[in-house]
Design a protein around this ligand. Structure first.
Ligand code: PLP
Length: 369
């Protein structure tokens, strides 16, 4: 089986799993006052340190949650702003977050996959006050396009607003310095970096406040009630440590991705499109379309040949609609309905890429006869 769907999820690393198994051996409730409680608390604090260390986030607080989705929901529903601005390329965890008491304004996306900063500026200028939040992801989960976050956070702050960045896909793949990006809030997820599913976090710049989404106990400084997932958080911390100390060789991953794209283009010529290939992208991500070749048919064909790819965001696969991101980039239906996402990791080999090219080429011959 060949796995090319690392933007959807990754497997838990040996190190993270070992750490979790160790923690699971003990009944650790990190809120308890006794010694096992204190041990649990120490494990959670170590993980918090590892996450902050990975992200260069000295002046941020971390609230651990069950997912990046929960982290973003906590911010958007819990923020005191009256207006929220984002684009259609945001992950569903941002895009579908529409509190009834806040005005949602969508701004434009350019055809190259980047958000339209000029349009954002115009829309910010038209606002009656500075009580707003802008949310832009660092790297898109479908195209991999890397957004100009420093420029956007500067603009937002000049206008007096707050800035949230979904950094889920960029963590571990790019060197991130949150202080430099100058964001106010960031959402992260463990399962994208070889940590466990069911663990995420919201980073909050010190001095800023967010109301909780979940009420109950006083866990996570009363920002997220519910018994702390000590083992899961420990696994996340270990995954962060690994990501920091064993920086994956993404140069090689990028070479494999570029080889795949150039070979497919050689075979398919003008029938092929690679999205966002004119801008800086995540080194592991390729979003590619074969004109008028339905995505689902391609996926099934790859699956029958033992290759796992996706047609875009995992949470919307199964839905027959074309990608919201591609629509926003004004991609015509002959290409948007025939897109597949290949997302690699350092575990993938040249042989696997060659197999993909062969299966793609056979499919192309069949469909074009
Ligand atoms: N944001 C982006 C860009 C993602 O790719 C994902 C997961 O696919 C999420 C947020 C949601 O993360 P989680 O699965 O932790 O809710």
């Amino acid at each position: 089986m060949i796995y090319f769907d690392y933007n959807a999820t990754t497997k838990v690393s040996v190190e993270a799993l070992a750490k979790m198994l160790e923690v699971y051996q003990l009944p650790l409730n990190s809120s308890a006052v006794h010694q096992l409680g204190r041990k649990g608390n120490q494990i959670v604090e170590e993980a918090r340190k590892e996450l902050k260390n990975l992200l260069g986030a000295k002046s941020y607080e971390v609230i651990f949650t069950s997912s990046a989705t929960e982290a973003t929901n906590t911010l958007i529903f819990g923020s005191k702003v009256n207006t929220i601005l984002f684009t259609a390329i945001e992950h569903a965890s941002v895009y579908e977050c529409r509190p009834a008491d806040k005005k949602i304004i969508e701004f434009n996306v350019l055809e190259n996959g980047l958000v339209d900063v000029a349009d954002l500026e115009q829309k910010l200028n038209a606002l009656p006050d500075s009580n707003f939040l802008v949310s832009v992801m660092l790297a898109n989960n479908e195209t991999g396009a890397i957004q100009p976050i420093e420029q956007i956070s500067k603009l937002v702050h000049q206008k007096g607003g707050l800035f949230h960045c979904d950094i889920v896909q960029a963590v571990g793949k790019l060197d991130i310095d949150l202080e430099k990006l100058n964001v106010d809030f960031a959402s992260v997820s463990a399962h994208k970096i070889n940590g466990p599913q069911g663990v995420g976090g919201l980073l909050i710049r010190k001095g800023l406040d967010v109301k909780p989404l979940i009420y109950g106990g006083k866990q996570e400084k009363s920002k997220r009630a519910g018994t702390t997932n000590v083992a899961g958080i420990a696994g996340f911390g270990e995954a962060c440590k690994q990501a920091k100390t064993k920086m994956t060789n993404y140069e090689n991953v990028k070479k494999l991705r570029n080889f795949l794209e150039s070979e497919i283009k050689k075979i398919g010529g003008s029938e092929v499109r690679v999205f966002a290939d004119q801008v800086e992208r995540l080194p592991n991500t390729c979003y590619i379309a074969l004109r008028n070749a339905d995505s689902q048919t391609q996926l099934i064909n790859f699956d029958l040949n033992g290759i796992c790819v996706s047609s875009g965001p995992a949470c919307s696969s199964g839905a027959a609609t074309a990608s919201r991101a591609l629509k926003a980039m004004k991609v015509t239906p002959d290409f948007s309905a025939s897109a597949i996402r290949v997302s690699l990791s350092a575990d993938n080999t040249k042989e696997e890429i060659e197999k993909f090219i062969q299966v793609w080429g056979d499919f192309f011959q069949k469909t074009k006869i």
